[in-house]
Design a protein around this ligand. Structure first.
Ligand SMILES: [Zn+2]
Length: 152
């Protein structure tokens, strides 16, 4: 399950609409928590696929590295990625699976129809590089989250 706050969820969907008719993409930071992934920060990225931005996306490696460093500085990790499907269903494509390499991470897809975000669906990448697959997972949108308290 992917747990995300309403503002982060809205940001992902807004990014999908804003980028239309191109695909948007970004990284989700947070912490894995008993088979749940808890999103604490959404990092919008640039779609580097200028050759086919309408149906492909690629996050520039330097932005992945920057997100990794940011996550580390927060004692967190990259727990997922998001992108959009302009005028296509929120289902992972063959290309999405081929280009996915982060196991146990969430891949969130938002469908945008005529510029309006419709379905948002999340998939976990499971298996290994030789035999991998996407497994649909539930998204729990939290209206409010208790602030994290750090014990000193
Ligand atoms: Zn896709």
């Amino acid at each position: 399950m992917l747990r995300i706050t309403k503002p982060d969820y809205d940001l992902i969907r807004w990014e999908a609409e804003r980028s239309y008719p191109h695909e948007c993409c970004g990284i989700l930071l947070g912490s894995p928590h008993n088979h749940e992934r808890l999103v604490t920060l959404t990092v919008p990225c640039k779609n580097a696929r200028t050759d086919a931005p309408g149906n492909r996306y690629s996050i520039p490696p330097e932005q992945v590295i920057a997100a990794l460093k940011l996550a580390r500085s927060r004692s967190e990790s990259i727990i997922g990625f998001y992108h959009s499907h302009p005028d296509h269903p929120a289902k992972c494509s063959r290309t999405d699976l081929e280009e996915a390499h982060w196991f146990d991470c969430s891949y969130v897809i938002t469908s945008v129809e005529h510029g309006h975000a419709t379905a948002t669906q999340s998939y976990v990448l499971t298996g290994s590089e030789e035999e991998k697959r996407f497994q649909a997972e539930e998204i729990e949108v939290e209206a409010y989250r208790q602030p994290l308290r750090i014990a000193l």
